[in-house]
Design a protein around this ligand. Sequence first.
Ligand code: ZN
Length: 246
Amino acid sequence: MIALVISDVHANLEALDRVLEDAATRGYDEVWFLGDAVGYGPDPNAAVDRMRALSPRIWLAGNHDWAALGRLDLAPFNPEARRATEWTSAQLRPDVRAFLETAEPRVEALDEGLTWVHGSPRHPVWEYILDAGIAAASFEAFATELCFFGHTHVPMVYAEGLDGVERSRPAADQPMVLEAGTRWLINPGSVGQPRDGDPRAAYALVDLAARTTTIHRVAYDIAAVQDKILAADLPPRLAARLSFGW
Ligand code: ZN
């Protein structure tokens, strides 16, 4: 079984479409979406429609999704994120809003050894797993062998070994073997707003039979998204950052 793992799409339809095309040429069986369908980008309804058409098995809520639904206090958001949230909230169609309301930020399938969270297992909406220390605490907060997370917008893999937590940054297109007897935290990176200095959209293919995870990166028409962001009167920095992957 091969899963297409996508996260942090952030209403970036151009990036999402290129990811789905690229993943389709490689082949997959089901889709796991780790949250933040909307926020920052100019196509919230279309991005949700596109993903819903794939009937994802897993669809998590992210902090930006809940913020757009009015379910979170916007105080922790920076001014640009807040402005984008208010814009997004005004754009959402009632049916899209109703669908997003059904998502939770953490789901697990104990019998399959799988957990999915947006931020972290401890605090699935807000916490960022940014280093081995937070990863170590995170391993205490779920029971399965594998846990998939998003929210940081950086592809990353943490392994819980005998000598503590090991962090590795997976290279694109290089399958990483998920050795048995070790527990793993895996982040596929961000489709719509990468923050690792590589502006290409990121996603992962996880092969549960072969026990591998592979990060793929795809270039997309960044200028087209930037034009839409500016035309929508969203903060210009949200357009500029896409060029740099930050
Ligand atoms: Zn995000």
